[in-house]
Ligand binder design. Structure first.
Ligand SMILES: Cc1cc2nc3c(=O)[nH]c(=O)nc-3n(C[C@H](O)[C@H](O)[C@H](O)COP(=O)(O)O)c2cc1C
Length: 164
């Protein structure tokens, strides 16, 4: 089963989880870059508003051809209990017809389930079927701890069996 992980990450936590996952389950990995400046305290507020309102942004790559993949992971940080705008934009620009999808959200402390619910709502009309989801709490965690948590989730959720 050919697997791809698509993720957006502002402060590299979702990136670390995604990279750990890709190595463990032998999946391709594609980072979605948001061309809107998201760094700095002022942009933090704008980022929350953009996420809350589901404002679109400009992303690179604009879309990803999923035709060669059977399974697609989508990973987003939690922003104001919503997926990051880059992920919302990506979903609307991809064709998920016939694809199994595993959704995951990283979060400081809470709101990850809402992110997953919203991503699920958005992939379904585009032909995707969520087969699993998970959340990773990142608040106050060091890199090693986060990698450990990601590996634990892979075991607990039996994610290896989907990659074969
Ligand atoms: C604009 C913004 C809004 C956020 N909103 C939430 C939130 O509602 N709940 C939460 O638990 N964490 C929130 N966070 C924290 C991130 O979800 C968390 O740190 C995440 O793991 C960061 O992922 P990243 O490093 O891949 O960008 C927010 C972070 C940002 C930048």
């Amino acid at each position: 089963m050919k697997t791809i992980i698509l993720f957006y990450s502002r402060s590299r936590k979702t990136a670390l989880v995604s990279k750990t996952l890709a190595e463990e389950i032998n999946a391709d990995l594609v980072e979605i870059v948001d061309l809107t400046e998201r760094k700095g305290p002022l942009n933090y507020l704008k980022a929350s508003v953009d996420a809350f309102r589901e404002n679109k942004t400009i992303i690179k790559p604009e879309t990803v051809d999923l035709s060669n993949y059977d399974l697609v992971y989508l990973g987003s940080p939690t922003w104001a209990s919503k997926p990051a705008p880059a992920m919302i934009t990506l979903i609307d620009q991809c064709d998920f017809k016939g694809k199994d999808v595993i959704l995951f959200a990283t979060m400081g402390s809470s709101g990850g389930q809402k992110v997953i619910d919203r991503m699920k709502e958005k992939i379904e009309p585009r032909g995707g079927r969520m087969i699993k989801s998970f959340q990773v709490k990142t608040g106050g965690k060091k890199i090693e701890e986060l990698m450990h948590d990601a590996k634990k989730i892979i075991q607990e959720e039996d994610l290896h069996i989907y990659g074969i």
